[in-house]
Design a protein around this ligand. Structure first.
Ligand code: HEM
Length: 61
């Protein structure tokens, strides 16, 4: 089933770990960003520090 048929999942509890995505191909949040680049938000322009901040934020949910 293509990703656009899926309900957007809750991001609560992400710190419990992967694998993420319905394909289970996201073993880390950085892999999720790389695999979904372009259709699920845009993170390619973020600096290393900003990516770390984003992951730290997602871990608080
Ligand atoms: C930079 C912004 C975004 C971040 C950081 C983000 C983060 C995530 C993460 C971490 C997951 C995996 C959750 C899990 O497996 O439990 C996810 C899945 C998903 N997100 Fe996002 N997301 C973003 C933007 C978006 C946008 C804009 C949409 C809709 C237009 C969206 C729709 C989805 C969908 C449908 C999934 C499920 C995909 C699948 O399981 O194959 N996300 N997101």
């Amino acid at each position: 089933m293509p990703w656009w048929y899926r309900d957007t999942p809750s991001l609560r509890g992400l710190r419990m770990g992967g694998p993420y995505l319905s394909s289970n191909r996201g073993h880390t949040l950085r892999q999720v960003f790389a695999l979904t680049q372009g259709y699920m938000g845009e993170t390619s322009h973020l600096t290393e520090a900003e990516l770390s901040d984003l992951i730290a934020f997602l871990h608080t949910l």
